[in-house]
Design a protein around this ligand. Sequence first.
Ligand code: FDA
Ligand code: NAD
Length: 426
Amino acid sequence: MGRAFVYVILGGGVAAGYAALEFVKRGVSQGELCIISEEPVAPYERPALSKGFLLPEAPARLPAFHTCVGANGERLTPKWYKEHGIELVLGTRVKSADVKRKTLLTVAGETISYKILIIATGARALKLEEFGVSGSDAENVCYLRDLADANRLVNVMQSCTGGNAVVIGGGYIGMECAASLVINKINVTMVFPEAHCMGRLFTSKIANFYEDYYRSKGVNFIKGTVLSSFDFDSNGKVTAVNLRDGSKLSTDMVVVGIGIRPNTGLFEGQLTLEKGGIKVNGRLQSSNSSVYAIGDVAAFPVKLFGETRRLEHVDSARKSARHVVATIVEPEKTGEFDYLPFFYSRVFSLSWQFYGDNVGDVVYYGDMSGGAFGAYWVSKGQLVGSFLEGGTKEEYEAIAKATKLKPEVEDLSELERQGLGFAVAV
Ligand code: FDA
Ligand code: NAD
């Protein structure tokens, strides 16, 4: 049993949705493109799962957030794929791949062959078991990567109103879920090993601002330690979290966000890997010329920094998806992928954006007591990174443009004095 397509996208997440729209814009013919996804629904905007989806009032639900609404694009419902002759193979896990024979084998036993494969398998959430803690499959312990996880989190949250939650991890999931739990009237304690939240991106000064804000909303922080075990009741529900520092936190539920691993397993030993992802060139092409990779799973050259990076953010998934289709369909007209890293988050009434790289000296500006504030990173005499909380659309555009241009910065105190005005004037 088998089917054959010109193009197959493996994975049906954000990158797959944006690639599908680009294929249609560039005139893919009916029956040429197939998307295979383990998830039972058409591609959707994953960032909604930790934000609008968790709201107590008028929460976001599908079909409202199918791709590509997150970038103000068309909303691609299952009907859209049908109308454009794109085969959506949903609820189907691919269990092996053979890049020499150009075939994928599904768990149902179907072989799907391709001329060109785009790997968009994203990543999976790391489990506590990988850090030696057991019992994280208990019904009131939640991870958050896909729609099924989000539905489960909503159900657990609704059964805990007025109760306590422990959030494990101080990264994106931890921060966004903690805010959502508070909005759902749940008392939150965050536990993470670092000295401050968002350790991969924030400086301690920036982190302090957000931690103080969270404290003002009732969130308690326990930093510099990790979970060592759970206590359970006779039904197998977690009743308390034991920390390595010896303390015990009674709780009604737990949310875990301790990082991800890219889904590269099908291609290990077949394609070159780097930085935990599938290594691709500036055309997003892997070590096999018929196979491309995009989104969270791809490690691609970031021209601006002159090195290969793997980025775990939605803007990179969307733009690498558009670029890969351009490079496949019109190779002679398409240059190398030239991407400015962009991260953002929205929690409570706060909202920040970051562009570029967080290396070198940091210069702060603005009003950290509640108004808009920001920071620049300067390395080797050039602006390489910009952060802004509470900016306007125009101000965010200005810091993005300035960071892309990498202007020279001779005097850090002058940069501090100019603040946001520096980016606006570039
Ligand atoms: P994505 O994970 O979206 O999709 C991968 C797909 O492949 C899934 O459908 C999966 O089931 C499928 N798949 C994997 N292996 C398979 C197999 N063997 N067979 C079949 N299917 C398979 N970023 C940001 O910049 N701002 C934000 O606010 C947020 N917010 C946010 C919230 C939450 C809750 C999460 C989990 C993530 C974010 N992100 C984010 C990150 C962002 O969502 C992420 O970078 C993109 O979804 C990556 O898109 P991909 O298409 O690469 O993977
Ligand atoms: P992350 O990498 O942002 O943070 C992981 C956190 O786990 C670290 O900050 C650390 O505090 C903690 N940690 C690591 N080991 C631990 C341990 N043994 N015990 C306790 N804590 C530990 O990952 P995440 O928050 O899980 O997010 C998952 C993915 O989802 C990431 O790719 C992220 O980019 C994406 N995401 C992005 C956004 C956004 O961009 N706004 C929002 C949500 C999710």
